[in-house]
Design a protein around this ligand. Structure first.
Ligand SMILES: [Mg+2]
Ligand SMILES: [Zn+2]
Length: 241
C-alpha cells in the first residue's frame, strides 16, 4: 500500500499565487479599479473569468500568459521534492487539488517536466476560446458551507479516495501539503495516521495552531515546513518505518 500525497498549488508548489501573478500581463501590470473591486467573496472563478476576459480584450495572447506563468518561481526545495517523489513513485501516489486552473497548472508541470510525478490534477477547468480569451469554469458544485462555491477540496479528496477504493486502491496514510485558508477544510478530514503539512507562517499553519490552542480535536499529526527539503525529510522518515 502506498502513501497518498495531496498538494495544493499556489504558494505551495509555486512560490506565488498564479491568479495574481498573471496581472503582470495587464497594461501597466495592474487591473482597472472597477475590475479589481468587482470580486465578491466566494465567487473567485467568476472574478478570474472577468480578469481573463479583460486581458484578452487588451490583446494579451496565450503565449504571453504562458511565458508569465512558467516564469513563476517554484517554492524552495520543491524541485528536489518532486525528484525525490519520482525516485520513490512505488511508495507514493501524488495528486494536486487547486483553486487555480487547469491551463496554468499544465503549463507549469509541462515546462518543468513534472507531469509524471502527479497521478491526477483536480482544479477549475480552463481553455482558450475562439476570441483568445482564457475561460474558466467551477470545478464542481458541493454543499460545504465553509468553502468557496466552485471548490471544496475535502469533497474532492473524499471522492478521489472512494474512486480509488472501488479500484481496490487503499492508502496507508494521507500527507496533505498546503498553505491556504481553503486547505483547512480537507485537513479536517484527516485521520489517525495522516499528516497535515502546513507551510510555516501561512494561513493554514496559523489556523491549525489556533485550533490546537483551542483544544479542538485533531486526530492527525501536524508537521510544519518552510522548504520542500523539510518535506523530503519527513517522507523519508515515513517510508523508513
Ligand atoms: Mg495555496
Ligand atoms: Zn469544504
Amino acid at each position: 500500500m502506498k502513501i497518498l500525497l495531496v498538494f495544493d498549488f499556489d504558494n505551495t508548489i509555486i512560490d506565488d499565487n498564479s491568479d495574481t501573478w498573471i496581472v503582470r500581463c495587464a497594461p501597466n501590470k495592474k487591473l482597472p479599479t472597477e475590475l479589481s473591486d468587482s470580486y465578491q467573496k466566494g465567487f473567485w472563478t467568476e472574478f478570474m473569468g472577468r480578469v481573463f476576459k479583460y486581458l484578452g480584450d487588451k490583446g494579451v495572447r496565450e503565449h504571453e500568459m504562458k511565458r508569465a506563468v512558467i516564469s513563476m518561481p517554484f517554492t524552495p526545495g520543491m524541485v528536489e521534492l518532486f525528484n525525490f517523489i519520482r525516485r520513490n513513485k512505488d511508495k507514493f501516489d501524488c495528486i494536486i487539488i487547486s483553486d487555480s486552473n487547469s491551463v496554468f497548472i499544465d503549463w507549469v508541470l509541462e515546462a518543468a517536466g513534472f507531469h509524471d510525478v502527479f497521478d491526477k490534477v483536480f482544479t477549475n477547468p480552463a481553455a482558450f476560446n475562439s476570441n483568445g480569451h482564457l475561460t474558466v469554469e467551477n470545478y464542481h458544485t458541493h454543499s460545504c458551507n465553509r468553502c468557496p462555491k466552485n471548490l471544496c477540496k475535502k469533497a474532492v479528496l473524499i471522492e478521489f479516495l472512494d474512486k480509488q477504493l472501488q479500484q481496490g486502491v487503499n492508502y496507508t496514510q494521507i500527507v496533505y501539503i498546503g498553505d491556504g485558508g481553503n486547505d483547512v477544510c480537507p485537513v479536517t478530514f484527516l485521520k489517525n495516521d495522516d499528516v497535515a503539512m502546513p507551510r510555516k507562517e501561512y494561513t493554514l499553519q496559523k489556523t491549525l495552531s489556533r485550533m490546537s490552542k483551542n483544544l479542538e480535536p485533531m486526530e492527525y499529526s501536524v508537521v510544519v515546513w518552510s522548504s520542500g527539503v523539510d518535506i523530503i525529510s519527513h517522507l523519508q522518515f515515513l517510508i523508513k518505518e
